[in-house]
Ligand binder design. Structure first.
Ligand SMILES: Cc1ncc(COP(=O)(O)O)c(C=O)c1O
Ligand SMILES: NCC(=O)CCC(=O)O
Length: 433
């Protein structure tokens, strides 16, 4: 495949934009370097780059694009918002319509607030928890990523881990000292942390199903025990469902897992591809927020009609019968095919999958925490990634991310992907053996 135009654009971008990208996850540093592909169009399950190469897309823009690129129902909602005012600076009925839709799907959201990104949503839940409890520290889990606000850039997975800096520079030691980190799926470590720090802990912040050191599910009973211990120490439980909300079911992961947090942060899918974040939870906790309470949070762009209407339209697509079963069926076919091929070429892999989201780890061990994901083979992932890209399959350029299926992937896309992966595994085995 020729990437001439991407190379040209990337060189130009490097002169103009720091690192040539507007989010570090988009650089190819995590896969040994190279030129990120410049896309000019997305259509359904496919992307088209500036050199007119076509890709089957499994990046899904890092998760939001669950209904495929340019979905007509969402496009129509955005067009309508463009015609009638993208930003009015007053309340609009769309905020009510959308809040009600979210609340109906996720009952723990007694009250909500819309913001503009997952980062903002999580950042604010922490502030609100501090206001409510009068305590300062938070407990988070190693390798979970919660956006780029200061407090959560400690032991962060995803982009920070990919670039080898899970603890960001520029976060002051005082702030870092407010964060206690424990390994995911290890209840004894959590118990020790809460025994030691519970009296000072405002909130326990967790991805109930992890998406940032690949996809990792909680072990049975783990979240229930976390919730019990958190409440025993008069701290609040916050679920970061920025990736997981509306990913596996029409609702949040908490609906499936049957564990309700005190507050939830959301983003990605609920914006239908436009910038969005939302947080919500128990009414007595949420009433800490201005103008009712003393915790300040605001936003010029918050609740803008375009994001609201795109989000509502996206949920209207997702609430149709059979959407999540289809994602599951396509995911299962891919998982089975990839495992068969890996075995054929004697390449040890582990796949963690839930419905239409999965991660392939180049390791023979079960991956249940960040350390396990970290031990998986980076070099093999990088080779596989590039071989797939060259064959028109677009994945996230990091072993810590996931593949995301959309409602627009067809059986043919899956079979074409498996044809490409068979060749990618063959090429990889020639590097190894
Ligand atoms: C679980 C989780 N929380 C928060 C964020 C931050 O969201 P955003 O990139 O919209 O700020 C992300 C982004 O990937 C995420 O995966
Ligand atoms: N899983 C982590 C992300 O999706 C981050 C995307 C970005 O920061 O560009």
């Amino acid at each position: 495949m020729s990437y001439e135009k991407s190379v040209e654009l990337y060189n130009e971008a490097c002169d103009l934009i720091v690192g040539g990208v507007n989010s570090p996850s988009r650089s190819f540093k995590g896969v040994g370097g190279g030129t990120p592909v410049f896309m000019k169009e997305g259509r359904g399950a496919h992307l088209f780059d500036e050199d007119n190469n076509r890709y089957i897309d499994y990046l899904g823009a890092y998760g939001p694009i669950i209904t495929g690129h340019g979905h007509p129902h969402i496009a129509e909602a955005i067009n309508e918002a463009a015609r009638t005012g993208t930003l009015l600076g007053t309340p609009t009925k769309w905020e009510n319509v959308f809040s009600k839709k979210l609340k109906d799907a996720v009952p723990s959201l007694e009250k909500v607030r819309f913001v503009n990104s997952g980062t903002e949503a999580v950042m604010t839940t922490i502030r609100v928890a501090r206001a409510y409890t009068g305590k300062h520290k938070i407990i988070k889990f190693e390798g979970c990523y919660h956006g780029h606000s200061d407090l959560v850039l400690v032991a962060a997975g995803s982009g920070p881990s990919t670039l080898g800096s899970p603890d960001s520079a520029g976060v002051t030691p005082n702030i870092a000292a407010e964060v206690i980190t424990v390994p995911f799926n290890d209840i004894d470590s959590f118990r020790e942390a809460i025994d030691r720090w519970g009296d000072e802990t405002a909130a326990v912040l967790i991805e109930p199903i992890v998406g940032n050191f690949g996809l990792v599910e909680p072990e049975p009973g783990y979240l229930e025990e976390i919730k019990k211990l958190t409440h025993e120490s008069d701290s609040l439980l916050i679920f970061d469902e920025v990736i997981t909300a509306f990913r596996f079911t029409y609702g949040a992961a908490q609906n499936m897992l049957q564990v309700e947090p005190d507050m939830t942060a959301m983003g990605k899918i609920i914006g239908g591809g436009l910038p969005i974040g939302a947080y919500g939870g128990r009414v007595d906790v949420m009433e800490q927020v201005a103008p009712l309470g003393p915790a300040y949070q605001a936003g010029t762009m918050s609740g803008n009609p375009a994001s609201m209407r795109a989000g509502i339209a996206c949920l209207e697509v997702l609430e149709k019968d059979g959407v999540y079963d289809t994602l599951d069926r396509l995911g299962e076919r891919l998982e089975t095919g990839l495992l068969e091929q890996a075995e054929k070429y004697s390449i040890p892999v582990t796949i963690n999958r839930l419905k239409g989201m999965f991660t392939i780890y180049f390791t023979d061990e079960t991956v249940k925490d960040y350390k396990g994901a970290e031990r998986s083979n980076s070099e093999r992932f990088s080779i596989f990634f590039k071989e797939m890209l060259d064959r028109g399959v677009h994945l996230a350029p990091s072993k810590y991310e996931a593949w995301f299926l959309t409602t627009e992937h067809s059986n043919e896309d899956i079979e074409d992907t498996l044809e490409a992966s068979d060749q990618a595994f063959a090429a990889l085995s020639s590097y190894i053996y």
